[in-house]
Design a protein around this ligand. Sequence first.
Ligand code: GLA
Length: 380
Amino acid sequence: MIESLLQRWNSTFGDSSPQVVVKAPGRVNIIGEHTDYNDGWVMPGAMSRCLYILISRNEGKGHHWIASDLDESFESPEDVIEYGEYSWARYIQGTISLYAQGIGSLRILIGGDLPVGAGISSSSALVCGMLYALQQLTGRTESKIDLALLGQRVEREIIGVQGGIMDQFAIMMSEPHHVMLLDCRTREHHNISADLPGCKWILINTKVKHALIDSDYNQRSAQCAYSVSMIQKLFPEVIALRDVTMDMLKDCNLTDVLHRRSAFVIEENNRVHEMIKALHEHNATIAGKLLKASHEGLRNKYEVSCDELDHLADFANKYQGVCGARMMGGGFGGCVICLLNEEVLDAFSKACTASYHDQFGFAPEVILFELGGGVSKVSL
Ligand code: GLA
């Protein structure tokens, strides 16, 4: 992969190699969905699939950026960054404007094997990878936590998605073979093993991404904030949904929608803690039940699923040898994460692909992955 990107670099720019090459992974999440912006807990990890960013200064000769997987590129003079219709270029431009204004012209080539719109956070991989690449290029020394928080600011302030810190923390700081248990209020995090004997975690990509995802996402976050303001009338000590219990919720007179949103977040936070216990006790059956319950909540209470995700999750959750499955990430498309017995992997992959194809007329992609490390510099 990196070899072909280096060749492309060489044939486009005539340089033998870029000044810096950075590798930024996609993120998976075992459980704890839509909890991060509610000060809750999440359990993400970095996956082995990744995005490479090759970058060099182009001293006064203007910007030239290329997204090799999409076969898109644009060039502009140093002081005007016109990224046109390309959203990837907007993420890069946003990152430069928050972190490295005045850095001058850059040559950038990005490419890898991270599918876009699959709910594995290719956009945060781009932002975090760019931050790290710019840090290497300029010799600055912020901690990875500070870079992760800056990454969140790019998405909130420039892109306009009111996201939490899960993706950036996982992409910046994950350790190989582990997932991260992250407390999104205190930002405390530690590594835990997600290995369950005889079992495997896989993803199945629906290959759909429904429109309005950003506005639906922001609407969920606004509904949570509004619920908190209602709950505070009875419980002024509450700062975020993380501080609320199901008992407290009973007395708060929330509308049906706000009650369901809040209940989901409270229950999902509880599921993260139950998952820690299940993983610790190597109990794949309980882990699977938690995944199923998470999907039900995301579908019925938080309402961020879609027909394609439901089809895959329902198919998996009825399949003998699958412990459990749920939609992963922001929702409205993207991937299902599934825990299954290793011996049914091949048969299940074929069966779920066929069933999905029958229903929707195209095949999903079964993605096998290992848990890898966070953003890193690639030495050439
Ligand atoms: C997106 C956001 C994350 C998180 C998830 C849902 O991936 O970027 O911050 O909120 O959705 O858990």
